[in-house]
Write a protein of this length. Structure first.
Length: 321
């Protein structure tokens, strides 16, 4: 159950980072609440589009932690053309962020073939299946995979995802990483992180609506704007707080903040893609449904591909002129 953010987190001592025993206590509180096999693997194995190829890129063996062994699966273009641009879509880096996974799955099942003739596609729909099953931000070692996309990563989820992308893509032109910002970020996961690290919990307001996290080293404002404009047809865009910020970061334009993704070890920083963004949607909003959250993720991916192709067409026209 989520903790009360007004009270000390029930594990560890305030001001002291967690010991191995504290992490073991935290792990002992985690329970499987939904099925990765039924909700993620089964749709991929039974409804795969004609232009898509399903493959396994690794295994997460968490039997030693009292859980299961999770095959890690990705979907790529069946016909990979070297002269086409490459689009990478990732979901479920934080397994508890449901539309990140379900949005990626729905995009594969309903949109993949529509784009497979124009671009090469690689989709990792659920990078953290243990987190998906236990509705968790971390992995069993109390590591956040979305801070571990770096060389010699200690998080198997991150290391295996990076290896998959490296093995399949000589380059990446677009990377869209699908996430959510939930009320439990303030009621459970934020307090847990602060307790784990032995620091005070710095609470930010949860944004009501969709927003994007651009890479401060590759912000490409017109790309982010194109995605926001596409998503606003599906659901509402988050407004900044009274300080003009979203989750503590200054607003750059409507619905967009910038974070240094590579130096922060974020999934969006793992490639040198020209166009990078992290989506964030608010599933706890009283004015948005789970279906809208999934559709917002789909709209963002489609808009990212359309922007890439429009930019490449413009380059060709300019070169010809």
């Amino acid at each position: 159950m989520p903790s009360d953010p007004r009270s000390p987190y029930p594990i560890g001592q305030p001001g002291t980072p967690w010991s191995a025993a504290d992490k073991a206590t935290w792990l002992g509180r985690q329970r499987v609440q939904r099925s990765y096999v039924d909700e993620v693997l089964a749709p991929l194995q039974t409804c795969l589009p004609a232009q898509a190829e399903l493959f396994q890129y690794g295994v997460l063996d968490y039997t030693g932690f009292g859980f299961g062994s999770y095959p890690l699966c990705a979907v790529r273009s069946r016909r990979w053309e070297p002269n086409r641009p490459v689009v990478l879509v990732t979901g479920g880096v934080h397994g508890y962020e449901t539309s990140g996974v379900q949005g990626a799955l729905r995009w594969i099942l309903h949109e993949f073939d529509a784009h497979a003739e124009a671009v090469n596609l690689l989709v990792l729909p659920c990078i953290s299946p243990w987190g998906f099953e236990t509705i968790n931000r971390w992995n069993p070692e109390a590591l956040d995979p979305n801070r571990q996309f770096r060389p010699n990563s200690p998080a198997a989820e991150s290391a295996l995802a990076m290896a998959c992308v490296s093995a399949n893509c000589e380059r990446v032109d677009v990377h869209v990483d699908l996430h959510e910002t939930t009320d439990t970020d303030n009621s459970e996961f934020g307090p847990a992180k602060a307790a784990r690290d032995g620091v005070p919990f710095d609470r930010d307001a949860i944004p009501d609506g969709f927003y994007l996290v651009a890479d401060s080293e590759r912000p490409v404002p017109e790309f982010q704007r194109a995605l926001i404009d596409a998503v606003r047809r599906v659901t509402h865009i988050a407004a900044p707080d009274e300080r003009g910020s979203i989750i503590g970061a200054p607003l750059q334009q409507e619905g967009v903040i910038n974070i240094a993704q590579r130096s922060s070890g974020l999934c969006g920083g793992m490639t040198g893609a020209r166009f990078v963004t992290t989506t964030e949607v608010y599933p706890d909003s009283p004015t948005a449904t789970p279906d809208q959250c999934n559709e917002a993720q789909i709209a963002a991916v489609n808009a990212a591909i359309e922007h890439l192709l429009s930019q490449d067409r413009a380059l060709l026209v300019n070169a010809a002129g």
